[in-house]
Design a protein around this ligand. Structure first.
Ligand SMILES: Nc1ncnc2c1ncn2[C@@H]1O[C@H](COP(=O)(O)OP(=O)(O)O)[C@@H](O)[C@H]1O
Ligand SMILES: O=C(O)C1=C[C@@H](OP(=O)(O)O)[C@@H](O)[C@H](O)C1
Length: 267
């Protein structure tokens, strides 16, 4: 079942999902379908493809929130909001999508922690699947297409699982098939203005993000249109500077609002 939910954010407040080229109206593309629980999976098991195999156990693991400090007050709100949303989630997976540096990993770890979900970074799963330790090297030794093939395999396999928060790669939205996989859970788009993205990436360097590393000049010029294309299809939202925990709280609020609305429509 496909669905979407909208939110209007105050201009100075982080919102969520969508198009950085448009302003403060927010829209969260959310979709779901009933699934059977699966405890483990084989990633990239299709021998017809060029994708490698990887067995991933889906036991709960520490999310590892190294940098995402939040106050005791925020921790309380996070806990409370998570408790509100959990009954409506029905163990569905949560996928974070957004540009490189939009905070998918940082926010995803917080969400996983407070929801009691397992956190996965799809880039890391691709690295494991192909046995190469960085995305940059995968691009160098193979190609972007090879990386994308494996990314789709990973997302396909994750889509049969439950209780995961998945930080997808910035380019995962390029392939429509990936949206089909992500539709089985809730998809949250973190929309961050390009200048803020550029500042964050400049702070950490582009070595781990080969798409940006290859570019001279403004590294976002090449990929910004992708966000626009998806935003047109999915709606948009606005994000200004807020802490990762504030963003996680907002994401929980959006999920709750969407899921309770759906429950009311059904009843
Ligand atoms: N809300 C935020 N405010 C400021 N910096 C952030 C925020 N969220 C993430 N960051 C920083 O931006 C960089 C990229 O974040 P990350 O979570 O790795 O993004 P992604 O997984 O989308 O590539 C990291 O250095 C992270 O600490
Ligand atoms: O999907 C992509 O095109 C990629 C996303 C990046 O990850 P983040 O979105 O986590 O920064 C990084 O691994 C690399 O540049 C490839």
């Amino acid at each position: 079942m496909d669905a979407g939910v909208g939110l209007r954010a105050k201009p100075s407040v982080w919102a969520g999902l969508g198009n950085p080229h448009r302003s403060s109206t927010a829209r969260v593309p959310v979709s779901f379908a009933a699934e059977k629980p699966v405890r483990s999976l084989v990633l990239g098991s299709d021998c017809r493809s060029r994708c490698a195999k990887l067995k991933v156990s889906c036991s709960r693991k520490a999310a590892g929130i190294e940098k995402a400090y939040y106050s005791a007050d925020e921790a309380l709100v996070l806990k409370q909001k998570a408790e509100d949303v959990i009954p409506y989630l029905n163990d569905r997976c949560i996928y974070l999508v957004g540009m490189m540096g939009s905070g998918k990993t940082t926010v995803g770890k917080i969400l996983a922690e407070v929801l009691g979900y397992s956190f996965f970074d799809s880039d890391k799963l691709v690295e494991k699947a192909v046995g190469i330790s960085s995305v940059a090297e995968i691009f160098q030794l193979h190609s972007e297409a090879f990386f994308r093939d494996n990314e789709s395999e990973v997302l396909r396999d994750l889509s049969s699982m439950h209780r995961l928060v998945v930080a997808t790669g910035g380019g995962a939205v390029i392939r429509p098939i990936n949206w089909n996989y992500m539709k089985k859970g809730l998809t949250i788009w973190l929309d961050v203005p390009l200048d803020a993205l550029a500042r964050r990436i400049a702070a950490v360097g582009t070595a781990s993000r080969p798409l940006l590393h290859q570019e001279s000049g403004d590294p976002y010029a090449k990929v910004a249109h992708l966000v626009h294309d998806i935003a047109v299809k999915q709606g948009h939202n606005d994000v200004t500077i807020l802490t990762p925990s504030a963003i996680a709280i907002e994401a929980l609020l959006k999920m709750e609002s969407f899921l309770t609305e759906k429950a009311m429509v059904r009843n």
